[in-house]
Design a protein around this ligand. Sequence first.
Ligand SMILES: Nc1ncnc2c1[nH]c(=O)n2[C@H]1C[C@H](O)[C@@H](COP(=O)(O)OP(=O)(O)OP(=O)(O)O)O1
Length: 175
Amino acid sequence: MTEATLCFPLRGTDGVTPEEVLLIEKRRGLGEGWYNGPGGKLEAEETPRECAIRETREEVGLEVDPAALEKAAELTFRLDGDVHTVCHVYRADRFEGEPVTTPEARPEWFSVEEIPYDQMWDDDRLWLPGVLSGRTVVGEFAFEGGPPLDEADFVDHDLGWDVPITDGSTTRSRG
Ligand SMILES: Nc1ncnc2c1[nH]c(=O)n2[C@H]1C[C@H](O)[C@@H](COP(=O)(O)OP(=O)(O)OP(=O)(O)O)O1
């Protein structure tokens, strides 16, 4: 089982709903060619928050203000019945720098009204709109026919909205 993060940098935030979100076009690895938030797997001894900040720095060169990193979702992706990935999802409305293209990712700002869901993971359209509007969600998503996960069929889901979510690793003692 993998533990991973996603981080959605936001701008134009007036209260709750932002005007724009920074997505990446993934240039290699799982989900290559699709848009997603910056993110990736936890490294040894790393907390999910540390991972979200590091991955955003490595993938697009933005330095996220840790005080502005807000956990929005905890998503479990199952592949053929087994837990494949637990993903911690964050919003971030304060950061420094300008996004740059790296070997892993090409960043692009999108209006929250014009997110390219047809070029994203099939599950994203179910939870990302709520996350961008400031809600919290715990979700479980079932894929069948893998591996790899990004070639499997998305077959089922279960979502719990506006629930308290803990911030820390689900599988490690630290964090
Ligand atoms: N179903 C679904 N929807 C939305 N987002 C995701 C999924 N499954 C996923 O794995 N993800 C997310 C979780 C991670 O942020 C990325 C996967 O990226 P990463 O772990 O970096 O994968 P690789 O590029 O293969 O691995 P590295 O070698 O770069 O660590 O997608």
